[in-house]
Design a binder for this molecule. Structure first.
Ligand SMILES: [Fe+2]
Ligand SMILES: [Fe+2]
Length: 283
């Protein structure tokens, strides 16, 4: 019986066009039986569900700060003629670096870099906040975070274009998003948008106007107006959070300036004039 089984396998494998088989031989002292499983009858492997990977801006790594080979302070001792060397502490070095950064003359290209960095991080942070809001059942808040992420992407791409036009390379220091509860995430998003629309962009705008950089003036003006609207939308979500515990909600995003609206009740974007037909939909 055992030999018969082996011969049977050999014949089956050698037959032309024979479907591949998985064969197993179960052995016991009294009986030997063949178990043949036809591969074509095996149940199909379920397809792995994948969700679309957000197109995250390429993090650009800053060149490491190069310290002098031997950071030392040299204190000459005239009395003895001996030079005393003292290593600079890490705290002193940090203070020196911070002072250098604070005293560095601000330029529009530096402001564009700062804006590009802020928008790149906001983009990634809002996508993470959207995931959290979905997990907590705040479908509408999740949609708003996705719409705002889309808008920040409009801003960062516009800033990057101007930075390149000015002959520089856009640089972002990407930080991992600090995700908390949706209520807290909305608060932090509201604060960020308020800072950008009332402090950061107005300051950048003033200098760009002084420098006569029209591209930057337009970009900063549009971003400032769009961020003010984002702040108002976040405030509305904070004030009516329970009502935002719904399914997903459509928001529309202007591809020109990042303006976010719930209804397209206009023909052209009130901030930048883009036709409403070109608005992107965030779900
Ligand atoms: Fe924003
Ligand atoms: Fe717009």
């Amino acid at each position: 019986m055992k030999h018969f089984a082996k011969i049977l396998i050999l014949i089956m494998v050698l037959l032309p066009g024979f479907t591949p088989v998985y064969a197993a031989e179960k052995v016991d002292n009294k009986n030997t039986e063949m178990v043949v499983v036809n591969a074509s009858k095996m149940s199909a492997v379920p397809k792995v569900q994948t969700s679309p990977v957000p197109n995250i801006p390429k993090p650009v790594v800053l060149k490491p700060f190069t310290l002098p080979a031997s950071p030392v302070k040299v204190t000459p001792s005239y009395a003895s003629g001996v030079v005393v060397k003292r290593a600079i502490s890490a705290a002193e070095l940090t203070a020196m670096r911070e002072a250098a950064v604070a005293n560095a003359p601000k330029t529009t290209v530096a402001n564009l870099q700062e804006a590009f960095n802020g928008e790149s991080n906001a983009y990634v942070r809002y996508l993470a906040f959207a995931q959290k809001a979905d997990a907590e059942g705040y479908g509408k808040a999740a949609s708003l975070f996705r719409a705002a992420a889309m808008a920040e992407r409009v801003h960062l791409e516009r800033h990057a274009k101007i930075i390149k036009k000015l002959g520089a390379h856009p640089v972002a220091r990407m930080e991992p998003p600090n995700v908390k509860t949706t209520a807290e995430n909305l608060e932090s998003a509201f604060k960020g948008e308020t800072y950008e629309s009332t402090v950061m962009y107005p300051g950048f705008l003033a200098l760009a106007e002084k420098e006569g950089n029209e591209d930057a003036v337009d970009a900063f003006e549009d971003a400032q107006a769009a961020e003010a609207v984002h702040a108002a939308l976040y405030k509305s979500a904070i004030d009516h959070l329970k009502a935002w515990k719904t399914g997903r909600n459509d928001f529309y995003v202007c591809p020109g300036c990042g303006h976010v609206v719930e209804k397209l009740n206009f023909q052209e974007c009130p901030i930048c004039g883009t036709d409403k037909g070109k608005f992107l939909t965030a779900k």
